[in-house]
Design a binder for this molecule. Structure first.
Ligand code: PEP
Ligand code: MG
Length: 600
């Protein structure tokens, strides 16, 4: 009988959202934990067991780390390193030894007692990302428990029997990064996706699933009870559902969907190496937005013409110590090198509003302890360039790191949230100061690194004639431009229905920004979400846009669309749309244009 369980679907941009295969249940990771009192004479023996188990897991993780393929996603190495760090944390490796001695309990009991204490501390943290790290601690302790139980590494997974051409869907309580790697690297296993009972949308398991291109459904309560070894199962990651032994009709539909998705993706991949131009031969630049250096792999896979937006704030968040100049340089240089001369637009720190620094990191900047993390109007507060100008050392450190990265690739500096000409001038003065400092230190950098500004505040869009005299390029941050034009907090769900990118006021500001840029021969890109929306590709083209920057997963779809369009008919569409009074009229005009093209 077919059954259906619900969880959190994880779809990777480069993989289909459906996976079909035979279920393989991974053994219960929570072993029965033996708990007993010991005699004082046995203390040394129990401590030695603990030491031995920790050494086994250390060696196991080091070995795995050494085997990671050079082209493996950066996250894989990062997670193995994190697990190695957790393993060496004295709270985890020293305190259980003390507990054995003081409470006269066996090694497993001491370790589980300390695990619960550490997890309690994690779980009381307000930040969702950090809270989920308790899962990493559990995964590490799980490995140590297994080593305690068996006295040797437990990495081998029995290979289930599957018919020729059949793939596997792994079903587990939880999957540690090390488990995922083991399974992914086994030549005798063809893993199509996985299902776990634990794990949320920001868990490492989710991040790994995305980076390895495997569809997954996480947080499926009772999955291991409901699924039997060898059952035919379907993962529908788009809907966040696991179908167990689906009926023939439903299975046929899933197979069809999988075929269509695989075919559509293969079709799109063919576009990867093609130069982007419109049907009438106008060249375009399609760039990728990234958040961490590891994302550059997705950008390359999508054949991006460059990185149009590197949101650097993610290097600064969720940590207590801010990255120093060298750490930042390494991150920027990694991306610049990987892009092999293609442009990399590095945005200076856009911290503030919904992107906050940890309390300890804020303390290191001299921000008073207990100062509110979120002011009463965070989106209108100290954010982005305002924040950087308020903390000059923070800004200068980042600028020096970005400039140094220009010695190994083609780098551009992009300044967010500008509203005033004096902010533009101050930002440029800081860049000049950072250049001087590097010269004094005799450090290498490209003296011609262009500095551009983000247009994401209506005041900036209307100040373009003054801005173009001072900056070399611009990028429209439409996510914020919409929020500030329509007075809608992007993070407030109660007004989300009013956040409308087709509002004529927003469209006029975009069109005007592009027009002023074109007249001054200063490039203007769009790097907000609007650039990646395929339905808007023609409208933006018609406004004169030639540079689009978007999430790598959208790039080939937008490219495919743009390559079928002509700039002349796009310009006519834009002119029509810009006469509309209301978002509904805009929508109708876009739909009519699409229907006409489909009919033709
Ligand atoms: C934007 O505002 O459109 C943008 C790209 O920046 P972010 O989404 O990071 O604020
Ligand atoms: Mg923005």
């Amino acid at each position: 009988m077919t059954r259906e369980l619900v969880g959190i679907g994880i779809v990777s941009g480069s993989a289909p959202g459906v996976a079909i295969g035979r279920a393989h249940l991974l053994g219960a990771s929570e072993l029965d934990i033996p708990q007993y009192q010991i005699e004082r004479k046995d203390v040394l023996h129990e401590v030695a067991r603990l030491n031995n188990a920790f050494s086994i897991v250390r060696a196991e993780l080091d070995e795995l780390r050494g085997q990671v393929a050079p082209d493996a996603p950066g996250e894989v190495v990062a997670f193995l390193d994190l697990h190695r760090m957790i393993l060496d944390d004295s709270h985890l490796c020293d305190t259980p030894r003390d507990l054995v001695r003081s409470k006269l309990i066996n090694a497993e009991w001491a370790l589980s007692m300390q695990l619960e204490e550490v997890c309690r501390q994690f779980e009381s943290i307000d930040d969702e990302y950090l809270r989920e790290r308790s899962q990493d601690v559990r995964q590490v302790v799980d490995r140590v428990m297994k080593a305690l139980a068996h006295g040797k590494p437990q990495t081998a997974v029995a290979v289930p029997k599957v018919a020729e051409g059949e793939r596997l869907i792994l079903v587990a309580r939880d999957m540690a990064p090390a488990d995922v790697l083991h399974l992914k690297d086994r030549a005798d296993l063809d893993v199509a996706g996985f299902v776990t009972e634990l794990g949320g949308p920001t868990s490492h398991t989710a991040i790994l699933a995305r980076s390895l291109g495997l569809p997954a459904v996480l947080g499926v309560a009772g999955a291991r009870e409901a699924v039997r070894e060898g059952d035919l199962v379907v993962i529908d990651a788009e809907a966040g559902r696991l179908h167990i032994v689906p009926e023939a009709g439903a299975l046929g539909e899933f197979r069809q969907r999988l075929r269509a998705q695989t075919e559509a993706r293969a079709q799109l991949r063919r576009l990867k190496g093609r130069i982007a131009r419109t049907r009438d031969g106008v060249p375009l630049e399609l760039m990728a937005n990234i958040e961490l250096p590891g994302d550059v792999r997705d950008a390359l896979e999508a054949g991006a013409d460059g990185i149009g937006l590197f949101r650097t704030e993610f290097l600064f968040m969720n940590r207590d110590r801010l990255p120093d100049e060298d750490e930042q340089f390494e991150a920027y240089a990694k991306v610049a090198r990987a892009m092999k001369g293609k442009p990399v637009v590095i945005r200076t720190l856009d911290i503030g509003a919904d992107k906050v620094l940890n309390e300890a990191a804020r303390l290191s900047l001299g921000i008073a302890q207990g100062a509110p993390t979120v002011e009463s109007n965070p989106a209108l507060g100290l954010r982005a360039i305002r924040y950087c100008l308020a903390y000059p050392e923070l800004f200068l450190t980042q600028l020096r790191a970005i400039l140094r990265a220009s010695a190994v690739g083609t780098v551009r500096i992009l300044v967010p949230m500008l509203a005033h000409v004096h902010e533009v001038e101050q930002a440029l003065a800081f860049v000049a100061r950072a250049r001087e400092q590097l010269k004094e230190r005799k450090q290498k950098f490209d003296g011609r690194v262009p500095v551009g500004g983000m247009i994401e505040v209506p005041a900036a869009a209307l100040s373009m004639p003054a801005f173009v005299k001072r900056m070399k390029f611009f990028s429209l941050g439409t996510n914020d431009l919409i929020q500030y034009t329509l007075a809608i907090d992007r993070a407030d769900s109660s007004v989300a229905h009013l956040y409308d990118h087709l509002h004529p006021a927003v469209l006029h500001l975009i069109a005007r920004t592009i027009r002023v840029g074109m007249r001054a021969r200063t490039p203007v890109a769009v790097c907000g979400e609007m650039a990646g929306e395929v339905e808007l590709a023609e409208l933006l083209l018609g406004m004169g846009l030639r540079q689009y920057s978007m999430h790598p997963s959208q790039l080939l779809t937008v490219k495919e669309r743009l390559m079928t369009l002509s700039t002349k008919s796009a310009a006519k569409l834009a002119a029509r749309v810009l006469r509309a009074d209301d978002p509904m009229d805009v929508r109708r005009a876009l739909e009519r244009a699409l229907a006409r093209q489909q009919a033709a």
